[in-house]
Each structure stands twice: as structure tokens, then as C-alpha cells.
Design a protein around this ligand. Sequence first.
Ligand SMILES: C[S@@+](CC[C@H](N)C(=O)[O-])C[C@H]1O[C@@H](n2cnc3c(N)ncnc32)[C@H](O)[C@@H]1O
Length: 372
Amino acid sequence: MRLRRSEAALVVAAGAAVVAAVVAVAGSTRWAVAVASLALALGLLGLARVGQLVLRELSALGAQQQRTTRTVRRLDEARKRTGPLIRRASRSSGRAARDAAALGKRLTAVEESLLHETRELRVVAGQNLARVDDVLRGARVDSHRFRTSLDTLPSDTLRLMRTTERLMPGTADFPGLGDWAITTSSLLAMLSDVATRTGPVTVVECGSGTSTLFLGLALQQRGDGSRVVALESDAAFAEETRGHLARAGVAEIATVVHAPLVEREHTPGDHRLWFDTSGLPDLDGIDLLFVDGPVGGSTHEARYPAYPFFADLLRDGATVVLDDTDRPDERSIVEKWASAEHAGRQATVHRRNVRSTMLRVRVVDEAGSADD
Ligand SMILES: C[S@@+](CC[C@H](N)C(=O)[O-])C[C@H]1O[C@@H](n2cnc3c(N)ncnc32)[C@H](O)[C@@H]1O
């Protein structure tokens, strides 16, 4: 606004100068000088004012520049101060980014391993459930067998009493069954088995006791040279059984061989405690093999060697009875015996009693088929 006023003064001065020139042309020198002086004065005034404004503007610009310089300096200082912070922050953010990437990788790995483990757990859980199912199925079968055996107990007992009366008429010295001895149903099944056979019958027992006595009595009645040989690891128990046999008058037919348990290699690399068979008499064939020893738990699957050891002597159609097949070890032994041929013989499960399992043995020809 002030600049406009000074511009106006200059315009007025220019106008006065033009008037002075016109007056001079018209011939009035004095008026021309006066008007020119006025124009000059106004011009000078205007110029002075312009100069003053310019100076003021320059001074304002100078102050502005100083403020700008100070601001720039402050900004410089701030930059110097914040530079390291920014560099540190950028280093930290780089580290944080790397850490985040590594953490991400670790999380992915953990997630994958969790997924893998979950999958494996599902498989294991499935297998366990299947096993539980098997156990439950086995328990149902056992309980069914147990109920059946309870149902048949009275008739079994009656049959046993009649058998005892037939084999040992009027005897009071009657060794009981159950507990360590064979169960009534298994004994009756074995007695029926030998009763169906023709010709002299040979029975071999692993573990002697009441069964030896009953079998001895049953075989004696045949009067055809049938016999029973029992391996007994316990010398005192062997003597006790021999006492029963002698009192019943069957010592000629029923023999107890003291056969302590010794460690031996049954198949290459398979060392187990089993009977020392050096005292066993010559046998030309076996019709019934009753495996009720060694005592379960003396070693893992302690009774397994019996079948492979006697296999080559087992006649076609022979019966193998394994007692205590309510225990896992004995169940596993039955599966192993039946799963492969031994000395050209194939055993198959024929009957399951409450506590024992009977297997039928067939001599198979080289092509693997059973002889009739
Ligand atoms: C299960 S028993 C054999 C029983 C026989 N087969 C029977 O049915 O009467 C197996 C072995 O256990 C041992 N034994 C039998 N009765 C026993 C008892 N009461 N205490 C300790 N051992 C016994 C004997 O060495 C025997 O050969």
C-alpha cells in the first residue's frame, strides 16, 4: 500500500514534468522551472520513499535469512543428533525384521512338527483303540469260555469222578486238579483224545504231576504198550510224582525224567532255559505232547522250544496241548507254533479249552499239502 503511494508520487512527478515541459514549450520559463522543481521534489520524495521501503524490505529479508540460517543450523544439529538415532533405529528395525523372519520360520517348523505329531498321535491312538478292541474282544471270548466252563463244571466233575473211579477204583489217595495242575476240562479232553487212538500210544509231557498219573492210568487200561514220559525240572517234585505213580501201580507205564533247566541254543542265536533232555528214553513217535512246563515266567516264552524240539517225532494227526493259554506268553507261543512248519509238520489250532489250547499236527509233503 505504501509502495503504491510512492508510485503515485512518482506518477504525479512525471505529470508535473510533462506540465513543466508543456509550460516551457508555451514560453513561461518561470512556471516551467517551478513545475519542474515540484516534479523533481515529488520524484525525489517518491524515490526516497521507495528507497526507504526497499531498505526496510531488505532488512526484513536479512532478518528472515538469519532466521532461516538459524533454523537450518538447528535442523542441521537436529539431523546430527537424530542421524545416529535413525541409523540405530534402522539397524534395529533390520534386526527386528530378520528376527521376525527367523521367528516366522521357527513357528512354521513348530507348526509342521505339531501337525506331524498330531498325525502320528492319531495313528497311535487308532492303533491303541484297535488294540483295546482286540483286548475287549478277547475278554468277551474268555468270559464266554469261562461261563461255558462254569456251565459244564458239574458235568465235568461227574465225568472226572467216574473216570477216577474207573481208573482208580476205591482210591482215597486222589491228587486234586486245578491250581498248578491241569484243569478238569483239559484233562478230560486229553483222556478222550488218547481214547480215540488205535495201537500203542506215546504221550510226552513237559512238566509232571496229576496229569501224568491220570494219563498213566488211562494208558495202562489199554494194555497195548502205550506209555507216558514226563520231563520234570524239579527233582523233589519228580520224586513226589513218582510216589503217586508207584502207589497207583503205573510206574512201568508212566516215567518221570528229571530234566533240570539248562541254557541251550534252540535255533541259531536263540538261547533259552529249557529241559536237559539227556535222560529222555528213545521215542519212535509221539501221539500227544502236553506242554505244561517249564514254569511260566522262568524265561520269556519259556515253553516255546517244546514243539520245535519234538516236531520230527510227532505222528501225523498228533495232538499238542499247551496249558495256560490264558496268559499272553502262551497265546503268543500258540501263534508262533501255528505260523510255520517245523520238521515238515504243520500245526493248526483244533480246540480251545478254558485254560489250554489243543493243536492238531499234520505231516505235510514237500509241496506243502497235508497227508491224508
Ligand atoms: C503246572 S505244573 C505241571 C502240572 C502237571 N502237568 C499237572 O497237570 O498236574 C509245572 C511245573 O510246576 C512245578 N510245580 C507243580 N506244582 C507246584 C507247586 N505246588 N509249587 C511249586 N512248583 C510246582 C513242577 O516243576 C511242575 O513240573
